[in-house]
Ligand binder design. Structure first.
Ligand SMILES: [Zn+2]
Length: 293
């Protein structure tokens, strides 16, 4: 039983081949933000065909985590806020034609949440809220092993909560959004340095966690999750981010709330979304494997 998993992000995209639950092949490449799918698709084809020819890879299902809003019911990409050309791109039909296997799509935060819930830091935590802190910011809600998507596949969009009144303009048309204040794309534009350099400065981190905690507080107040897992490149900063972030979140939460403040970095590193794409394919195409592992 083999699965072809894709993680399509605003900075990089990663392809994975799973044999059962084991990631046996993996390749990551930079995303060309200008050309969108037209530059990426030929690379996906070429990696897949290489794996098929050299390794005999024959998936019986495919899963995709996409870095932007999607319509889960229609199984279409709505758009990518960071990369052009994706709106209405026929990703599912193209992938099914290429692989000869059925494919399923969700946004990357939902997929990342599912990956961590089944295989990572969320295994013993239900319900789970997952936040990806990367080029952009997204959220995924997982309860009893299933993603909560809401009525229109737009639940969990924590990145566009307004956390700084009259803050700078966000790509979404609003201002002062969590994503605008805290994501990798804007940190680099605002400060001229990548996030990992900025987070090496404790003074910067003290200010940064105030904004981040405002977003996480909203998740705690609305969802009361058993755990919040944070994935994406910025979450790799480890204790120098998580220790002050936990302190700030405790400070911001009202004293009367007994909601737990269990905040952990993702365990699957760069592969939360790939594992989530695997779990998604299992849930849709292999009903017998739905039980939590
Ligand atoms: Zn916004």
């Amino acid at each position: 039983m083999e699965t072809f998993a894709l993680d399509i992000g605003g900075t990089k995209f990663t392809l994975g081949a799973f044999e059962g639950d084991r990631l046996i092949l993996r390749e990551s490449r930079a995303t060309d933000r200008e050309s969108g799918p037209h530059a990426m698709w030929p690379q996906i084809e070429s990696v897949f065909c290489g794996w098929r020819e050299r390794c005999g890879f024959r998936p019986d299902a495919c899963g995709i985590g996409f870095g932007g809003p999607i319509d889960f019911t229609a199984q279409t990409v709505t758009l990518s806020t960071h990369v052009g050309g994706w709106a209405q791109y026929p990703l599912i039909p193209k992938l099914e034609a290429l692989s000869g296997a059925p494919a399923i799509l969700d946004n990357d935060a939902n997929a990342g949440g599912l990956g961590e819930a089944y295989y990572g830091a969320g295994r013993d935590a239900d319900p789970l809220f997952y936040m990806t802190l990367s080029t952009g910011i997204g959220g995924g809600i997982v309860e009893e092993g299933r993603v909560y998507r809401g009525a229109d596949s737009f639940a969990g969009e924590i990145g566009h909560l307004n956390i700084v009144p009259d803050g700078p303009s966000c790509l979404c048309g609003s201002n002062g959004c969590l994503e605008r204040m805290c994501c990798g794309l804007w940190l680099e534009r605002d400060y001229g340095k990548p996030a990992r350099e900025l987070l090496a400065d404790p003074a910067f981190v003290r200010q940064y966690v105030v904004y981040l905690a405002r977003g996480l507080k909203a998740a705690l107040m609305i969802l009361n999750p058993a755990r919040i897992v944070i994935g994406g490149g910025i979450a790799k900063a480890g204790d120098r981010l998580f220790t002050p972030l936990r302190e700030e979140l405790n400070r911001q939460m009202p004293a009367w709330s007994r909601a737990r403040r269990d905040l952990e970095p993702a365990q699957l590193g760069d592969d939360s979304v790939l594992y989530g794409a695997l779990a998604l394919a299992d849930q849709r195409f292999r009903a017998s494997r739905v039980a939590k592992v």
